[in-house]
Design a protein around this ligand. Structure first.
Ligand code: SF4
Length: 295
């Protein structure tokens, strides 16, 4: 098997998946906080190359593994380009439980109809991993996410109509100090309207070399403290009031701070209690977010 490095593994839910590289880098590659693919120029991969990878993978795997499409956003392809890839995966691993991938709300909005999403499902795509980052138009525009709140909601509506499950993740701290309140308020609004299967929170990890880091150096972006992050987290979770169940993943922001997972609304109290019972020193809470602490 071969990869153009660096590659970024998806989370533990895809821990056993065979990673099939269908693009090199990220087609968007403009998010101001993201350093993943800054030094990896984007290119698509010819279908023949992808087929060769699948032949290699078939020789390695003695079973039909779950498959995950990398790099940044396989949905930069239209369905016409994605269809033969998904069909080849199906041919190679007919009993694979799924072929999942990262997807951008902006891509779904621009390129995928409800029918396309239904077809994806038939071709064994069981889950789309989406980076929401924020629901605020101001923050989305500032970070160059390439999608608006309304477009995000439209993309979500199409996925829901097609029965395609997806998640969303909110980056706490992404609005800095100035836009913190709006960032969280609008993120709550979007979560409550878009019906994701799950929502995760992460914390901003400012990376040197990114445009957001330059904004920070120039004084245009003020880093919050961990106390601010925990306040944002609490407000966000308190605001989740969707009319459908949502699995919530949160925490793990500081050393020793464990992840908390719960199904809202029934586990709401359990989750709120767990985040209230964290034992974090005031010294740590008053620190500004760390810079460059890994990806
Ligand atoms: S956050 Fe995602 S869409 Fe944005 S540049 Fe990074 S990989 Fe690409």
């Amino acid at each position: 098997m071969r990869y153009v490095e660096p590659i970024f593994r998806p989370g533990p839910t895809e821990g056993n998946s065979y990673l099939l590289q269908v693009t090199i880098g990220c087609a968007h590659n403009k998010c101001t906080f993201c350093s993943f693919f800054k030094n990896k120029p984007f290119r698509t991969r010819p279908l023949e190359e992808i087929k060769e990878d699948l032949v290699m993978a078939r020789q390695v795997y003695r079973y039909d593994p779950p498959v995950f499409l990398i790099d940044g956003d396989a949905t930069c392809y239209t369905m016409d380009k994605l269809r033969p890839i998904l069909q080849e995966v199906r041919k190679t691993f007919p009993n694979s439980p799924h072929t999942n991938m990262y997807a951008r709300f902006g891509d779904i909005y621009k390129r995928y109809s409800v029918e396309d999403l239904k077809e994806m499902k038939e071709l064994n795509v069981k889950f789309l991993y989406m980076g929401m980052e924020s629901g605020s138009d101001k923050v989305l525009s500032d970070i160059h996410k390439g999608v608006t709140q309304a477009e995000m909601l439209e993309a979500a509506a199409r996925m829901n109509k097609a029965g395609m499950p997806f998640n969303g993740s909110v980056i706490l701290g992404l609005g800095g100090i100035t836009d913190s309140e709006e960032h969280i308020r609008e993120s709550i609004k979007v979560i409550n309207q878009m019906h994701p299967v799950s929502i995760g929170t992460t914390v901003l990890n400012l990376q040197p070399g990114t445009p957001l880091y330059e904004d920070y150096l120039a004084g245009r972006f003020e880093l919050p403290t961990y106390r601010d992050i925990l306040r944002e987290e609490r407000t966000l979770l308190e605001g989740i009031d969707a009319d459908m169940p949502i699995e919530v993943w949160t925490g793990g922001f500081l050393p020793g701070d464990r992840f908390v997972v719960g199904q809202f609304p029934e586990d709401r109290n359990k989750v709120m209690k767990a985040i209230s019972n964290r034992r974090i020193t005031n010294m740590l809470l008053d620190q500004k977010l760390m810079i460059g602490g890994g990806l």
